[in-house]
Design a protein around this ligand. Structure first.
Ligand SMILES: [Zn+2]
Length: 189
């Protein structure tokens, strides 16, 4: 018999009642199995609490590591995730619409940058070296009452401009509408 030093109960000295501390030497743990299990549960809960605390103390860092995790997870399970997302979207059309609406409301200018990118991409106006992040920031920093304008229009009458940072400017909405896709070769560089 062996006494568990935690609960002080007696059990037969076998691996049925005690975990191995070292299996090769057949050393048994001094705590019985149920005490070990209990302890493990407790430390696991502590770990969860610690995790929550870390997240509350430093939400940004946690979010960053979560982002990294999501990225790796996506690469690992790309096909399944795409199928699951499509299925979910099909089954919950209203949720998708609502999410889209909220996204547009929360990031109105970013949405514009995306639209411009899509149009530019379609007509092959975004070269590989384009600073997409800079372009997005340019759209997001657009002052009230102004539009982002392509100095040389993407589809001009004489020349086609590129969707790159150097080719962007802020114009008042009125100027932008009157400018249309005209570009005189005299102005600008
Ligand atoms: Zn015990």
């Amino acid at each position: 018999m062996r006494t568990c030093i935690k609960c002080k109960k007696m059990f037969p000295k076998t691996s049925e009642y005690f975990y191995y501390r070292n299996k090769n030497k057949e050393w048994l743990s001094s705590w019985c199995k149920s005490c070990k299990k209990e302890h493990r549960k407790l430390t696991w809960n502590n770990e969860l609490q610690q995790q929550r605390k870390r997240r509350n103390n430093n939400p940004r860092a946690e979010r960053k590591s979560q982002k990294e995790y999501n990225r790796i997870n996506y690469l690992k399970h790309r096909e399944e995730i795409i199928i699951a997302t499509k299925t979910y979207a099909k089954q919950n059309p209203d949720k998708g619409k609502l999410a889209n609406k909220n996204y547009r409301r929360n990031h109105p200018l970013r949405k514009r940058a995306e639209g411009a990118y899509r149009r530019a991409y379609k007509i092959n106006a975004t070269p590989q070296w384009a600073d997409l992040k800079g372009i997005r920031e340019f759209y997001e920093n657009c002052p009230d009452g102004f539009h982002v304008d392509h100095i040389i229009p993407l589809k001009g009458k004489l020349v086609n401009g590129l969707h790159v940072l150097n080719n962007l400017q802020y114009l008042t909405a009125k100027d932008n509408l009157s400018k249309s896709n005209h570009y005189s070769l005299g102005e600008g560089k």
